[in-house]
Design a protein around this ligand. Structure first.
Ligand code: LLP
Length: 414
């Protein structure tokens, strides 16, 4: 995503120093061109519909961009559903899943005539049926299956094994059929699965395709007119040189082999693949100190702005903006939060830094800002979108006064 002009880092045609000096750090910066490139590459390789998993980055501008390029949306809460509709995604291109949906959530989805509600448990079938009955409608649903596949990814982002909480066990198909028989206000037209994130192994994709094809056939044989088979997200991206981005050509071969002449529409619901490598987090060095022989660079970004390193021990490469000092130093980059786990990257070698210098935390377009918090009452980062030679702020966080005003002191303490 970063290109260099006269040794200075740029996003598209804009210098990172210029972006950083226009607003306060920490700030997320996204490249529109990179997102468009990723979407087009996926869309042009796989003959399938793409529903963007809004959870990866739910900024209105990013969702709007997805709608402009032609993507639908995969949402997992009523908040995400509202975001997708507000950003202009056609409700007919929205799929609502998630393992905890209240009656109000279901009602909101029904009122907005979205494409599909994906059911994740058998008791939900009846609940959706009841709400649809209250609306006097017969609505389309899909079933998220748990295909019992090990995505060969880290445990915290695995979702498709039998023991994971997601989807309905494919061994319970008879219970699904029985439950559907009594549900007259719903119409089963799809099945879906999602086995986890950061999947690279082609054998895993191949297993997903085979199992979903087999399950679709079981539903078709039972007389359900399955029109959609959703194969989930999880396409692996590069965070460091040793991970090679998932090979779309290999996926395409397996996909075409498996689904030639399939009588249903196929789809994927990627999040990370579309946005992870299209975002960076820019931060400033606040303090430099040595504790116990470790050189710490304390930055204004930390686990409150990007929690992935602390939560999953995830790796994000860090680059400096000013490379002019030829002396190299080994640093641990840590945030300002009062927790020892607030480390962004350990033992990295960088040109010697000064307070006030800018650092770039790379590949943070997915699960970055959306998982940020205002822990320690620190503010949330702003967000910026770059398009060719222009850039614009796309999120202004609440001020600390606005945060404070959200609390309510009860009368008896006033
Ligand atoms: N569909 C469903 C039902 C999902 O649960 C997810 C992600 C996706 C699609 C998109 O997966 P992707 O293509 O982005 O891998 N916070 C974690 C990732 C959690 C993903 C949860 N589900 C992280 O920062 O790595």
């Amino acid at each position: 995503m970063i290109n260099y002009q006269n040794n200075k880092p740029f996003v598209e045609g804009v210098s990172i120093e210029d972006i950083a000096s226009s607003h306060t750090t920490p700030m997320y910066v996204y490249s529109q061109k990179k997102i468009e490139e990723k979407y087009n590459k996926l869309k042009n390789t796989l003959n399938a519909e793409i529903f963007y998993a809004v959870k990866a980055n739910s900024n209105q501008a990013i969702i709007k961009l997805m709608s402009t390029v032609g993507a639908g949306a995969d949402v997992v809460s009523v908040g995400e559903l509202e975001r997708a509709i507000t950003a202009g995604i056609n409700p007919n291109k929205i799929i609502f899943e998630g393992i905890g949906k209240s009656k109000d959530d279901i009602s909101f989805a029904i009122s907005n005539n979205i494409r599909l509600i994906n059911v994740e448990s058998i008791d939900e079938i009846q609940r959706i049926n009841n709400v649809a009955q209250e609306h006097n409608k017969c609505i389309d649903i899909g079933i998220r299956l748990n295909p019992n596949i090990d995505g060969q990814t880290i445990d915290k982002i695995s979702t498709g094994k039998k023991t994971d909480k997601f989807g309905i066990d494919t061994e319970k198909l008879q219970d699904i059929f029985q439950s559907l028989e009594n549900a007259k206000n719903i119409n089963l037209i799809g099945i879906s699965c999602h086995v986890g994130s950061q999947i690279f192994d082609i054998k895993v994709f191949s297993e997903i395709f085979m199992k979903m094809k087999k399950n679709a056939q079981l539903f078709l044989d039972k007389g359900y007119s399955i029109k959609h088979v959703d194969l989930g997200g999880g396409l692996g991206v590069t965070y460091q040189d040793k991970d090679n981005e998932v090979d779309l050509e290999l996926i395409k071969n397996e996909f075409n082999k498996c689904f030639e002449n399939a009588p249903y529409q196929l789809s994927f619901e990627p999040g990370r693949y579309l946005v992870a490598n299209a975002g960076i987090l820019i931060t400033s060095v606040m303090t430099i100190k040595n504790n116990g022989g470790i050189n710490f660079l304390i930055t204004d970004a930390g686990m409150h702005s990007l929690i992935r390193p602390a939560l999953y021990q995830a790796h994000h490469d860090i680059e400096v903006v000013d490379k002019s000092n030829s002396e190299l130093v080994t640093y641990s980059v840590a945030g300002p939060i009062c927790e020892s786990s607030d480390i962004l990257n350990k033992n990295i070698t960088l040109p010697k830094q000064k307070v006030g210098n800018l650092l770039i935390i790379k590949d943070t377009g997915a699960y970055g800002k959306v998982m940020a918090s205002n822990y320690n009452s620190r503010g949330l980062p702003i967000e910026i979108l770059v398009n060719n030679n222009v850039f614009q702020k796309i999120h202004q966080p609440l001020t600390s006064r606005e945060f404070i005003n959200q609390d309510i002191i009860p009368k008896w303490l006033d």
